[in-house]
Write a protein that binds this ligand. Structure first.
Ligand code: NDP
Length: 250
């Protein structure tokens, strides 16, 4: 099997579980050395590290809160030194804290904005100078259809992901002349821990609105990322790719 990313270094935020884990493993299978961070679940991070190393590439794991600008800066500088560079950044770490606006507290609002939006700024900011200097690099942001169409009880989350989408387009225009591409994937409902709070009734109601008739899986998102960083996608930048089984077709 040809490994399309052999010799590259890919960073994945929130790699320890769910979508980030699938993306990190996709990179390792494609031959890239992988750096990832996590926040709380050290056991999940250790398990991923073992799985990545078993694929014969280097792995650099760190416990870093993406909300903290200084910690992120140190982490990225360390990865660059330990793995010898950075070629791809996937900003994936994110949380939900769903509530009707009338019940939402300032803490609910800030937790989601700080993680999903400011966290993304922190990581992209820490990588961008390297990408500009080397005149190559790829940024992939994990957004959500919630940021495109808006979903009830997600004003904080929809606002954060709408911000991610605008950030994608703005940064893509800013850095295109340096050979750096910036794209986002906007998944619909993907089977990860984030969906574990849904009741069977809620799941059935959601499924009725998904034309392809199933929830997505983390590998669906990893496949889309694999395409976006491939040679086949070299003329694509500034796009928000919806991958939601048709959920948000309007
Ligand atoms: P999970 O809850 O399964 O995993 C979230 C990951 O982010 C974990 O690795 C977690 O680390 C990490 N993380 C959370 N907060 C921080 C933080 N402050 N600093 C560093 N790492 C952090 O989520 P999913 O895989 O479902 O979601 C991944 C991305 O995909 C998110 O951006 C989400 O918004 C987006 N998305 C998900 C959809 C879905 O249906 N699942 C749909 C659309 C978009 P730890 O394990 O240590 O907690």
């Amino acid at each position: 099997m040809t490994q399309s990313l052999k010799g590259k270094v890919a960073i994945v935020t929130g790699g320890s579980r769910g979508i980030g884990r699938a993306i990190a493993l996709m990179f390792a299978r494609e031959g890239a050395d992988v750096a990832f961070n996590y926040h709380r679940q050290a056991g999940a991070a250790e398990s991923l590290e073992q799985d990545i190393l078993a694929l014969g590439v280097k792995c650099d794991k760190a416990c870093v809160d993406i909300r903290d600008f200084a910690s992120v800066k140190d982490w990225i500088a360390g990865v660059k030194e330990r793995l010898g560079g950075i070629d791809i950044l996937v900003n994936n770490a994110g949380i939900v804290q769903d509530k009707a606006l009338m019940l939402m507290t300032p803490e609910d609002w800030l937790a989601v904005i700080d993680t999903n939006l400011t966290g993304m700024f922190n990581v992209a900011r820490a990588c961008i100078v390297t990408f500009l200097k080397q005149k190559s690099g790829q940024v992939i942001l994990v957004s959500s259809v919630s940021g495109v169409v808006g979903l009830p009880r997600q004003t904080n989350y929809s606002a954060s992901k709408g911000g991610v989408n605008a950030f994608t387009k703005s940064l893509a225009k800013e850095v295109a002349a340096y050979g750096v591409r910036v794209n986002a994937v906007a998944p619909g409902y993907i089977e990860t821990d984030i969906l574990s709070t849904l009741s069977d009734q809620q799941r059935d109601a959601i499924l009725k609105n998904i034309p392809l008739g199933r929830f997505g899986c983390p590998d669906d998102v990893a496949s889309c990322v694999k395409f976006l960083v491939s040679e086949a996608a070299q003329y694509i930048t500034g796009q928000i790719i919806q991958m939601d089984g048709g959920l948000a077709i309007r």
